[in-house]
Design a protein. Structure first.
Length: 430
């Protein structure tokens, strides 16, 4: 059970500091706004005052390495990112980091500065640290995988709107993010708009953070985490202490595999497209067959090329999109975005300057087109989107075309059934 101030065993709770006592073990939660100078001052002061045996940080090992190695961006290979199917993941990462950076601009604070301050103070005092957050790649991939088509569209829309938003928070607004009322309002809004995303970004991570804080070594642990996680983490810690929950998080620490239905659909659509075109030649005649084939090539290739063109792609990347999309759309393993993106990166090679200005460039539409890395990602995404739209448009035209010779298909199917029936009848009558 959590102690209260009346017991005089732990200090009083505040809106950003939660003191919890479980037998001979004490856990202190410090909630921060990730771009707040006051949060930086608060975490260093509390660590200095409390002298915990362990400082738990809301970071994963990958983000910790990136924060400690400012030159990490030099090691990035955009072609490898695309080949590993991480194009959308990288774009989401860049946009989210850029948004947080804009939020902290008013105070001159970089995202994660309070985490670095906590680690630096802990190092100064010789206190070990434990990274307690889930890998960002797992979190973002789960958020994407657990959404349906409409949810994915809303998630992309939210990312794009935040990328080009000119809004900058004032210091007062940033500090309000640490207040329960402000945070509750934001969580309710996210829950209504994107319930699956809220489940992954907030609910699952509350449980993950609480479990890892619980497993951290030491009888006195101080955890530094975003203020939005305070209520959920506190509640789950109490469940762990009472035995109502376990600290095993293996069930939420992986990317959900593609569902069987999704796998079937990814193959079913190309198979149906091919069958429709074949049916066009057989039942509609050569003219109808060539019309359907041309429709597939034009809609798919043309819209993919338009996407690459809108992205500011090199003429060769646009041409590859035009020619390649009708073929890649029939293969679930390779998308046109991968091919056109690699061509763009190979022809217009990103420079060190592009890598250095990645975060700053992602603040504006002009920056996206100016930065060669971001333009590769734009070519990848927009050519993929164009090809997807082309697939549905061409597919719809096929359905309309099929209706013109549907009677012939029905007669053919009846003939097949009668032939098979007669065949079985002859076998069993002997």
């Amino acid at each position: 059970m959590e102690s209260t101030g009346a017991e005089n065993t732990v200090p009083q709770n505040t809106s950003t500091q939660k003191y919890m006592k479980f037998g001979n073990r004490e856990i202190i939660l410090v909630g921060t706004a990730h771009v707040s100078q006051e949060s930086i001052d608060e975490v260093t002061t509390v660590i200095e005052k409390e002298r915990p045996e362990n400082v738990a940080i809301e970071l994963d090992e990958k983000r910790l390495a990136n924060m400690k190695d400012p030159e990490a961006w030099r090691k990035m290979d955009i072609i490898k990112v695309l080949k590993n199917k991480q194009g959308f993941l990288m774009m989401a990462n860049i946009i989210l980091a850029s948004y947080q950076k804009k939020m902290g601009k008013a105070e001159g604070v970089q995202p994660g500065d309070e985490m670095l301050a906590a680690m630096n103070k802990a190092d100064e005092l010789g206190i070990p640290q434990t990274m307690v957050d889930r890998q960002i790649a797992v979190t973002l991939r789960r958020a994407w995988a657990m959404n349906g088509f409409w949810g994915k569209c809303k998630l992309l829309a939210a990312l794009i709107s935040s990328a080009f938003s000119k809004e900058q928070a004032t210091p007062e607004e940033i500090e309000n993010l640490k207040k329960g009322s402000e945070m509750d309002s934001m969580m309710n809004e996210l829950s209504d708009y994107l319930p699956k995303v809220k489940q992954v970004l907030i609910d699952e991570r509350d449980r993950y953070l609480a479990s890892k804080i619980w497993e951290a070594k030491g009888n006195k642990v101080l955890a530094v985490l975003g203020a939005g996680h305070l209520p959920g983490v506190q509640a789950y810690l109490e469940k762990l202490a009472s035995g109502q929950a376990k600290s095993d998080v293996s069930d939420i620490d992986f990317v959900p595999p593609k569902k069987t239905f999704g796998k079937i659909v990814s193959w079913l659509i190309p198979v149906l497209i091919v069958l429709f075109i074949i049916a066009g030649f057989i039942f509609g005649g050569q003219k109808k067959g060539w019309e359907m084939l041309s429709s597939w090539v034009l809609w798919n290739g043309l819209l993919a090329a338009v996407g690459a063109l809108i992205a500011g792609g090199h003429p060769l990347a646009v041409l590859v999109s035009l020619v390649g999309a009708p073929f890649t759309s029939l293969c679930p393993f390779v998308g046109i975005g991968l091919v056109s993106g690699i061509v763009q990166a190979a022809v217009v090679k990103p420079t060190v300057a592009d890598m250095e200005s990645l975060s700053e460039s992602s603040n504006s539409l002009k920056g996206f087109y100016k930065n060669r890395i971001l333009r590769v990602l734009l070519v990848f995404i927009l050519s993929s989107l164009g090809s997807t739209v082309g697939t549905f448009v061409a597919g719809a035209s096929f359905v309309a075309a099929i209706t013109s010779f549907f009677d012939k298909i029905v007669e053919w199917v009846k003939g097949v059934f009668f032939t098979v029936g007669d065949w079985f009848k002859n076998i069993f009558s002997k």
